[in-house]
Design a protein around this ligand. Structure first.
Ligand SMILES: C[S@@+](CC[C@H](N)C(=O)[O-])C[C@H]1O[C@@H](n2cnc3c(N)ncnc32)[C@H](O)[C@@H]1O
Length: 287
């Protein structure tokens, strides 16, 4: 990699960290909605990673720790969870949430998922919920998780699937790019929300990181809220990648972008509320 490429990647990482530092309170405040949205997918992820009582579990890109607390409950007082994230602010919320819920088996560590630098072979299971796609080098992130796992240890990651089955995300992205005066971006560009949704890509990545018994499962995760406006409230407060695209706009231009997103997403309003389709991929494997 040349110096110029390395500088672009560093700038992307710094921007990502800064945006999540800002979005941290909004993401945390929406934990009840996120929890309901991802309930089935999260339980399935933890099963597929073999998160069991007494296990030592690594949680990468843990955010405000919603799934970390589920892991802490599953592994029990004899088990242990290490929650890691690039953003100190969001991880501080994870730490506070674990403490407030009474879990003494949770520790946090600020770390880029591509440079975890953990001791080799020390975890029974590893997960990452909606985090791996933000890494510009996901194979390197997977190598780090592979290294941290004991031989035979389980892993499961959750990311968005392909663009045509994630119309909410594609609508948000295309509207944001249009208002920012930027050309549409290839959804599979590394580091983007949908970057790992290309069919077959994740399995190849897991295999090249050294994993065996790799299998990807699709799971529907419709986001049910009272209205498109409630979804936009969540996005405005917590969706760092969209804020990153709109970052240079003034308040009026940004608000025009949010309004257009809300209008376009009303297409998913039903008689009983709003139901935004999302398809997720759960990839499970073993070291
Ligand atoms: C969509 S949130 C998911 C948080 C949490 N896993 C959840 O599902 O509630 C994405 C998280 O990825 C983190 N992140 C982004 N890039 C990262 C990187 N390179 N290394 C580690 N974490 C990263 C962000 O700081 C943010 O907390």
């Amino acid at each position: 990699m040349g110096n110029a490429d390395a500088n672009v990647l560093d700038a992307f990482k710094t921007a990502t960290r800064n945006q999540w530092e800002q979005a941290a309170p909004g993401w945390n405040d929406h934990t009840p909605q996120i929890r309901t949205w991802l309930r089935t997918a999260t339980d399935t992820m933890l099963e597929m990673a073999c998160v069991k009582q007494g296990a030592r579990v690594l949680d990468v890109a843990a955010g405000a720790g919603d799934q970390t607390l589920d892991i802490a409950a599953r592994v029990g007082p004899e088990g242990f969870v290490l929650a890691t994230d690039l953003s100190p602010a969001i991880l501080a919320l994870a730490k506070a949430n674990a403490r407030n819920a009474g879990y003494k088996n949770v520790e946090t560590q600020v770390a880029d998922g591509e440079r975890l630098q953990l001791d080799e072979g020390t975890f029974d299971a590893a997960v990452s919920r909606l985090g791996l796609m933000f890494l510009t080098d996901p194979v390197q992130g997977l190598r780090e998780m592979h290294r941290a796992l004991k031989p035979g240890g389980g892993i499961c990651t959750m990311v968005f699937s392909k663009p045509d089955v994630n119309p909410c995300v594609t609508t948000l992205m295309s509207t944001a790019f249009k208002h920012a005066g930027l050309p549409p971006r290839d959804p599979f560009t590394p580091g983007g929300l949908l970057s790992l949704g290309k069919p077959g890509l994740l399995d190849e990545m897991f295999k090249s990181a050294g994993f065996r018994d790799v299998a990807t499962t699709k799971i529907d995760a419709p986001f049910r809220l009272p209205s498109a406006g409630a979804y936009l409230d969540f996005i405005r407060a917590s969706a760092s990648p969209i804020q990153q695209i709109l970052g240079k706009l003034d308040d009026a231009a940004r608000s025009a972008a949010w309004n257009e997103m809300e209008e376009r997403l009303k297409v998913f309003e039903t008689r009983s509320g709003w139901e935004g389709p999302n398809e997720l991929l759960l990839t499970a494997a073993r070291r």
